[in-house]
Design a protein around this ligand. Sequence first.
Ligand code: DGY
Length: 354
Amino acid sequence: MWLRGLSRGILTELGRAVSSEAGRTMQRNQQLASVYVSRRIPQEALRLLQDSGICDIKHWDSEDPVPRTELLKGVAGADGLYCLLTEKIDKELLDAAGPKLKVISTMSVGFDHLSLEEIKKRGIRVGYTPDVLTNATAELTMALLLATARRLMEAVAEAKNGGWGTWKPMWLCGYGLSDSTVGIVGLGRIGLAVAQRLKPFGVKKFLYTDFEPKPEIAAEIQAEYVPLDKLAEQSDFVTVHCALTPETNGLCNKDFFSKMKRTAVFINTSRGAVVNQDDLYQALTTGQIGSAGLDVTVPEPLPTDHPLFALKNCVILPHIASATVATRTAMALLTSNNLLAGLKNEPMLKELPL
Ligand code: DGY
């Protein structure tokens, strides 16, 4: 409406200006990197991408994972992919993305959802989020270990449901950390951070196993390197912190549990598939081990009618080890920064060596 009063000449000039602005926008758009973001992420992290001025963003703006067919469509022609551990980045997806894809940035420290061989073949760079989640994950591991060992879930239920009759000498007794031996499967950043937090609880000895000895890290907690079966035999608590790889898939199985102490507490905050869940169920129901605390399972979510949920000596959390506001925000920002660096052919803050 406001155009009505303008002269023909001005209109023409305006038209030219508009069309050349449109042209510039088009040109700019052609230079923008096409980026697919596969989930609703913290505002700060999205803003970082938007304000960079180099991204044309397609966003699956939902709390729930993007359906596979949508994802395959959405990534077509993308230069960059911002993904979560819920997205399987395999040959099918990489083919769907096409040859322009040059950077994948995952909002996770774990990378078992990425087909690294396929990614490497295509020369794609990968960003991930180590370090920023170490403290939160170690804290949650402590909480889960103590809740499992001291039977907190059972105790809360008893107190609430009338099971609290009177003080009884041996009622709801669990196991303490004082004077104990703790076995760490995978002595990386998180394994070490857990051990550092456990130490003041009076742990007598730390054992660890890994694909090779890590003397420098082990020295910080005076941990002894032992084979997996020795760790199983000697530990009062076993806590799993290794990455999921073909070598660690199903590592904690029947054989492993059969070597553990009958009173031992087993904790896993790494990946569900490191544990053979059927074997764990057997071990828990036959008294082969004392109890288990799991933050990760197969599948996720674990169906509510899964037999493990029925066990009093099994505490299951919904994969929340890194879930503090600060940590998840830091992970999301790091993921954006890694992505932008990759798009600009610059060094990433945290790049996965391939
Ligand atoms: C990861 O980052 O891999 C954790 O499992 C979730 O924080």
